[in-house]
Design a protein around this ligand. Structure first.
Ligand code: TMP
Length: 211
């Protein structure tokens, strides 16, 4: 607030099912933005390097069993512990490309049957994305892409439920990218969105009222 419009970085979130291509697209976009001379960084959630993140990671690899509500709150805590660093980066003019964020938290937990309002509650107050790029891939296609690595949620039936849950979370910050196009046109398509998007950099850090 009170900063010049050029000084603020954009918060760009990638969302989608497991194996939807988020990680590759994030890196491609990072190289592209850096090539244009923008200051940009790649982030991801869960951030498995923190103490909370290590618990999340152990849960995902089935080395730790936790109640569904408990793990939901840990995923959220993992975003909260990074909030002030994210805000500092954005204020300093760095654009953050974030591989998964609150939408993953709500979609994956509500796919287990948890109440969606309850799932959204701990996300309120985190930084709101300027743009969410949702990589839309049919769950069956995601499985075909090199298969799953064997983590807890990497099962077709569960991913189908997650896809349904993501659908109800779509809001005005979303651009849905149909993924069969991605394999051919990935970078052109994304940069087509991103060039105008970077004009949104005047958006100051604001608080998320809901997912
Ligand atoms: P990753 O494979 O992108 O590291 O994500 C790990 C898994 O965790 C993935 O199946 C999605 C899930 N997840 C949640 O259930 N809640 C969350 O808040 C996040 C960020 C990821």
């Amino acid at each position: 607030r009170g900063e010049s419009s050029e000084s603020r970085g954009a918060l760009i979130v990638f969302e989608g099912l497991d194996r939807s291509g988020k990680t590759s697209q994030c890196s491609r976009l990072l190289s592209y933005l850096e090539g244009l001379g923008h200051s940009a960084e790649l982030w991801r959630f869960p951030d498995r390097t923190t103490t909370v993140g290590q618990m999340v990671s152990a849960y995902l690899s089935n080395d730790l069993q936790l109640d569904d509500h408990t793990i939901h709150l840990l995923f959220s805590a993992n975003r909260w512990e990074k909030r002030s660093m994210m805000e500092a980066k954005l204020r300093a003019g760095t654009t953050l490309l974030v591989d998964r964020y609150s939408y993953s938290g709500v979609a994956f937990s509500s796919a287990k049957g948890l109440d969606i309002g309850w799932c959204k509650a701990p996300e309120a107050g985190l930084l709101a994305p300027d743009l969410v790029l949702y990589l839309d891939i049919p769950p069956e296609k995601a499985v075909e892409r090199g298969g799953y690595g064997g983590e807890r949620y990497e099962k077709l039936e569960f991913q189908k439920k997650v896809a349904q849950c993501y659908k109800v979370l779509e809001d005005s910050s979303w651009k849905v990218i149909v993924c069969f196009i991605l394999s051919f046109l990935a970078i052109e398509l994304l940069t087509g969105f991103l060039l105008p998007t970077l004009d949104l950099c005047h958006l100051v850090a604001h608080h998320q009222e809901s997912c």
